[in-house]
Ligand binder design. Structure first.
Ligand code: FES
Length: 176
């Protein structure tokens, strides 16, 4: 017989919490409360809360991870394992524009390596790096679910599809 969702408890493995724990304004705390109230168990609000924390702090630094663990009654490892699984959750600072190039099968077959090379040369950074002015970060990620319009990349929350080097230039040059 399956266990009802509300009875599933996080594992009780002890962890060492960092000394510093992030703090947020009452308005942001209230926003988090509204998300937590939507779910039968607190941990289900982990992704909405991560996006709020990321919006407020730019990325999930250790104090932010400690905060989320406390807020959701989880271990810090529970937070890290989710944060490091999703490419839209950052565990280190990223530039104003985060270019995430899909490197999975359809995109690879249709030229994602050429797109990555072009971006890298245009921006003067390798995959995993950020430009010195903090404007662009470049990453390669797994399938973004837009295989029919490969090759493609995502800049922050926007998809750009059927890419060519010329189209990449237009997109990047048009960014404010
Ligand atoms: S393979 Fe690139 S979006 Fe799916």
């Amino acid at each position: 017989m399956s266990t009802p969702l509300a009875q599933i408890k996080p594992l009780s493995q002890p962890v060492t919490m960092p000394a510093e724990v992030a703090t947020f304004s009452p308005e942001v705390e209230a926003e988090m409360d509204r998300h937590i109230a939507k779910y039968p168990v607190k941990r289900s609000a982990i992704l909405p809360l991560m996006f709020i924390v990321q919006r407020e702090r730019g990325y999930l630094d250790p104090p932010a991870v400690a905060y989320l663990a406390e807020r959701l009654d989880l271990r810090t490892t529970d937070i890290w394992e989710v944060a490091t699984f999703y490419s839209m959750i950052y565990t280190q600072p990223v530039g104003k524009y985060h270019i995430q190039i899909c490197k999975t099968l359809s995109c690879k077959l249709l030229g994602s390596e050429k797109i990555t090379k072009h971006c890298s040369e245009k921006l003067g950074i390798k995959v995993g790096e950020t430009t010195p002015d903090g404007r662009f970060s470049l990453s390669e990620v797994e399938c973004l679910g837009s295989c029919g319009t490969a090759p493609m990349f995502q800049i922050n929350f926007d998809y750009h599809e059927n890419l060519t080097p010329e189209k990449v230039d237009q997109i990047i040059d048009a960014l404010p």
